[in-house]
Design a protein around this ligand. Structure first.
Ligand SMILES: C[S@@+](CC[C@H](N)C(=O)[O-])C[C@H]1O[C@@H](n2cnc3c(N)ncnc32)[C@H](O)[C@@H]1O
Length: 555
């Protein structure tokens, strides 16, 4: 038991204690015998009078000491004052004979015998080895010994410091065994033994400079891999510089830095790609790496989305409004017909010259309704037309078209074309353009490329050719059929080639859908004639497309 050890090894004088100045007369003055009376089941109360316990050293002995440290003087001063120290120890409690701690992960062997030192003091005793005096106290609390910390660095420095420490320790030897006096109250520990405040240790962050990037992590005062390379090297040379300057709890800057240096996840667990989330605001800029093979998984598992069969059917029939996301079908707009199988003709000899007179006034234009070319559906060539640049019979050459045309979704006819402005009778609304292909190629395309198409965008060209506007053309391709149309197709000739235009058959009010009669214009009437017409006209013939008689010539 600790109590037995205490009193057996250090017999204490049983003389009555001298009352201190702090004690009241009414208060009974404890004696050392009281220590035995204070014994309880769980603890010992040990009352010490340090003035009595410590035999005052002979004056000569003190005088012989050449050097005195400040702490020596303080201890001596303290010892001259009779003071009481009350120490309570739990029953069966061990304590370190050097530092007095009662907590250690492992009790170890020391100069005082087995299990007399805490783990740290044992290691220190083993490595430094001196002074032995600091490790043999059997009183509690043990006297304080100023034992230097281990110095890290070159061996020469270590040796020097050891020598110096030895000298200091010799000087600091307290008088008197058999019982080294316990200080009346725990003495203020010297600076060297004050443990540095434990910092907030963030793995992968230097505890000194907070950097997260370093080629090598080094050991520091707070353990392995707690300093970056630079700070680690600095610490090995000047340990105090690192510990003192950057004690995290004291350094307000450090806490400020920690607050701002948030640890963002820079790399995903399995990452291959990097995405910059926000590059404008530096504190918030960080990178998120997507999981590895994230796309591969989708590619391997994903399949194209398909609507349920019933909805699909209704969509194909154009019965579901809005399902097409109100985006008109894609096609390529072209400014001239594309001749797929041959070169376009450019025959100037076929160009007829009208007999119109050039306009006399500036604002007037030539080649009006009485122009012979206009009446014959020929466009004039301004180079040889008498009206020159004032000729108005050049609409196809000028790529003329009405503004305010809009593709929209109809109720039962799919997409359609309407005008948002009023159109007068006889005006060219828009030219029907596309790829000029032969009938043969058209049939081929219908069997291959357009085999799944529900809508057809063909217009009879001439001489066994067809305008295919399925992929390339103008908005004219969206004009639906009506048995009572407001527009018609006109074929115009220009330099040996034909141009087909949608012309207004009557005055058309704004926001009206445009129609022409497919019966007279479209190719592949055999297919479309089987399609039910939804023009809604009272004159509706029931089906769209050509009549059974075959391809009819346009006007
Ligand atoms: C040149 S496209 C007209 C644009 C087509 N509505 C679209 O959505 O692209 C011709 C096709 O429109 C449809 N269509 C045109 N007029 C129609 C009508 N009066 N009734 C029903 N369907 C019509 C037919 O499917 C026809 O094959």
């Amino acid at each position: 038991m600790a109590s037995t050890l205490l009193f057996e090894t250090h017999p204490i004088s049983t003389e009555s204690l001298t009352p201190t100045s702090d004690c009241n007369e009414s208060t009974p003055i404890p004696t050392l015998n009281d220590t035995f009376l204070a014994k309880t089941e769980d603890a010992f109360l040990i009352l010490k009078d340090t003035s009595n316990l410590l035999p005052s050293p002979p004056p000569q002995e003190l005088e012989n000491k050449k050097r005195k440290t400040l702490s020596d003087v303080k201890v001596e001063e303290d010892l001259n004052k009779p003071q009481l120290a009350l120490v309570q120890l739990p029953k069966g409690c061990k304590w370190c004979q050097r530092c007095g701690t009662i907590e250690t992960p492992r009790w170890r062997y020391g100069p005082g015998g087995p299990l007399s030192l805490c783990n740290a003091c044992h290691l220190r005793w083993k490595t430094i080895g001196k002074p032995k005096e600091g490790y043999s106290s059997t009183t509690y609390p043990p006297p304080f010994y100023n034992i230097p910390k281990r110095k890290y660095g070159k061996s020469k420095k270590l040796k020097k410091s050891k020598k110096r420490d030895d000298k200091e320790q010799k000087i600091m030897k307290l008088p008197s065994p058999p019982l080294p006096p316990a200080p009346p109250s725990p003495p203020p520990p010297p600076k060297e033994l004050t443990p540095p405040p434990t910092p907030v240790i963030i793995p992968g962050t230097c505890t000194h400079c907070n950097t997260t990037n370093t080629p090598l992590w080094r050991r520091g005062p707070y353990g392995y891999r707690t300093l970056c390379n630079a700070c680690g090297l600095k610490w090995s040379k000047e340990p105090n510089a690192i510990i003192e300057k950057k004690s995290p709890s004291q350094d307000s800057k450090k806490s400020h830095l920690l607050h701002h240096q948030k640890q963002y996840i820079k790399h995903g667990l399995y990452s291959v790609e990097t995405r910059l989330v926000d590059s404008k605001d530096p504190p918030c800029a960080f990178k998120i790496n997507l999981p590895i093979h994230h796309g591969e998984f989708l590619m391997s598992k994903a399949k194209e989305f398909e609507l349920p069969a019933d909805i699909l059917q209704e969509r194909d029939l154009g019965l579901i409004k809005g399902l097409m996301a109100d985006r008109e079908p894609f096609f390529t707009r072209i400014r001239s017909n594309i001749f797929v199988e041959r070169k376009p003709q450019h025959r100037l000899d076929e160009q007829a010259v009208c007999h119109c007179l050039p306009p006399t006034e500036k604002d007037q234009s030539g080649c009006g309704d009485d122009c012979i070319n206009r009446m014959l559906f020929y466009e004039c060539d301004p180079k040889c037309c008498p009206c020159g640049t004032k000729c108005s019979n050049t609409r196809f050459q000028r790529k003329e078209r009405k503004k305010g045309l809009q593709v929209f979704q109809t109720d039962h006819r799919g997409w359609g074309l309407r005008t948002n402005v009023d159109i007068k009778k006889g005006e060219l609304v828009i030219e029907y353009r596309g790829e000029i292909i032969s009938h043969q190629l058209c049939e081929e395309r219908m069997c291959t490329t357009y085999v799944n198409e529900k809508n057809f965008y063909f217009l009879d060209y001439c001489n066994g050719e067809v305008i295919d506007a399925c992929t390339k053309g103008t908005e004219a391709r969206f004009i639906n059929h009506s048995c009572d149309p407001n527009c018609h197709i006109e074929k115009w000739s220009l330099k040996g080639e034909s141009h087909y235009g949608v012309f207004a058959s009557k005055d058309i009010k704004a926001y009206t859908e445009l129609f022409y009669d497919y019966n007279f214009s479209t190719f592949n009437g055999s297919v479309e004639s089987q399609q039910r017409c939804h023009c809604g006209s009272s004159l509706c013939r029931g089906t769209i497309g050509k009549r059974a008689s075959g391809i009819a010539r346009v006007k």
